[in-house]
Design a protein around this ligand. Sequence first.
Ligand code: ZN
Length: 333
Amino acid sequence: MLYGIEEYDYDEFGILRRQKLNTKKVVFAVLVVIAAIAIVVASFFMSFFLDPDRKTNSDLAVAPVNEIAENTVIQENVQQSEQLNDIENDNLYKGRHSALPEHDVVKLSDNILPVFNERGAELIKNIYKSEEKQVYLTFDDGPSKEITGQVLDILKQEQVPATFFVLGARVELYPEVLQRAYNEGHYIANHGYSHIYSEIYQNKDTVFAEYIDCENSIKRALNNDNYSSFLFRFPGGSSGGYYKKVKSEARELLNSYGFAFTNWNCLTGDAEGKNTKEECIQEFIDTKGEQNSLIVLMHDSNDKPQTVEALPEIIKILKDEGYIFKNFYEIFK
Ligand SMILES: [Zn+2]
């Protein structure tokens, strides 16, 4: 019996005389081997071309970019949540100059843009010399998740305008809160980016960089490159204290670029240990005195619920005393 391609011849005694190859079988076997190789090769190529994730040459040119983009988004999310934790713990922020993700924002009106001119420069210089009773309510250190919205609700209910001196780092976190304040007619002004004194007041250029970083955050949140607040409030005030010299140089630098700054002449003390509604109202009354023109300092960061509680009463006192409520559009228009 033959199992292979060899054939055997035997003589009459059953002795193997010769062994020969069957040509037909050899050809058949070679064809089978070739066919098998062909199948293996074909299946390899089939699997390659049918693979939906395969990368063609043109895909490979694009792929690294996509991969970088995905990685970047992940890193940004981590960075953003770290910032969020910092702020919610009321520590100060890190991650300045970081490329934050673009927010989906509605294109807002170009109509409400501050304008800085000689009239405005003169008005802000003499802001405390008003003949009429006027008040500028100002809120620093926002926007915040909870408190800013509650302040806006009260302002809407009372139909009074205000000014928000925002921090760039918080604008990045709550752009929608900033949009709401802007859309409701309040003035968005600049309180720097980080609120970390040792960073801001290294020298006049770091103050200027804080100003520009905050302006850029505002522009991004409002989706409007034409927005410029022209108005800075130095964290801790524009003069005096440990950073007196740097502040003085920074004031000159900001002015040389046509940017103004303002302080306050009345406050609730909500950042100086006045933790209850009653304490805030009393501090407001004490610092208001008999002044005709008021810039009232308050804070809309998340750790200031007393400000929300005191605000309706403060507005009532001012209305009863005949003050006219203004924001900085009065000056920068
Ligand atoms: Zn502040």
